[in-house]
Write a new protein. Structure first.
Length: 160
């Protein structure tokens, strides 16, 4: 018998990541329909700024050439969600901006109010995420909890 795990012909990692991104889509869709976040909920959403379909102002792309984290808390507007992703209005240094982010570009979703987090690799990206500054849109009330509770990390590595 061999100790090697056989390569799967079923792309389980892609299926799981797609399902978890659907969780993000459903949550954002419900918030968009309600027009506001319930209770103390607020979201940190990290995404690849150069992923296909991402549309952000040039000054933000210059400042965050690889990855960016936005905060949806008190000051956001026109949150719209479709099957591919979401768009939202945020203010950066008193300058209103609209961001368009496909779900495939998202690498992290955190709701620190309930210690919930999802982490993914951007689709088509096999590299580990690098360190980056927060986007400094509306300042968050609290930083995300990093204790590992309620964290779902999807990080499948294929054998080559």
């Amino acid at each position: 018998m061999s100790d090697e795990t056989p390569d799967s012909l079923i792309p389980y990692d892609e299926i799981v990541q797609e399902a978890l991104r659907a969780v993000v889509g459903r949550v954002l869709s419900e918030v968009g329909e309600a027009g506001d976040l319930p209770g103390e909920h607020h979201f940190y959403i990290t995404f690849k700024t150069k992923a296909p379909g991402v549309d952000i102002p040039g000054h933000l792309l210059e400042r965050f050439p690889d990855e960016m984290t936005i905060v949806l808390q008190k000051r956001f507007w026109e949150l719209t969600v479709d099957e591919e992703g979401f768009s939202v209005g945020l203010s950066f240094n008193q300058v209103p901006s609209t961001l368009v982010v496909p779900f495939a570009a998202i690498t992290g979703f955190v709701d620190p109010a309930v210690n919930f987090a999802l982490q993914f690799q951007a689709q088509g990206d096999d590299s580990a995420p690098g360190e980056h500054d927060h986007a400094e849109n509306d300042p968050p009330a609290t930083e995300p909890v990093e204790d590992g509770s309620n964290v779902v990390a999807v990080d499948f590595k294929r054998k080559k």
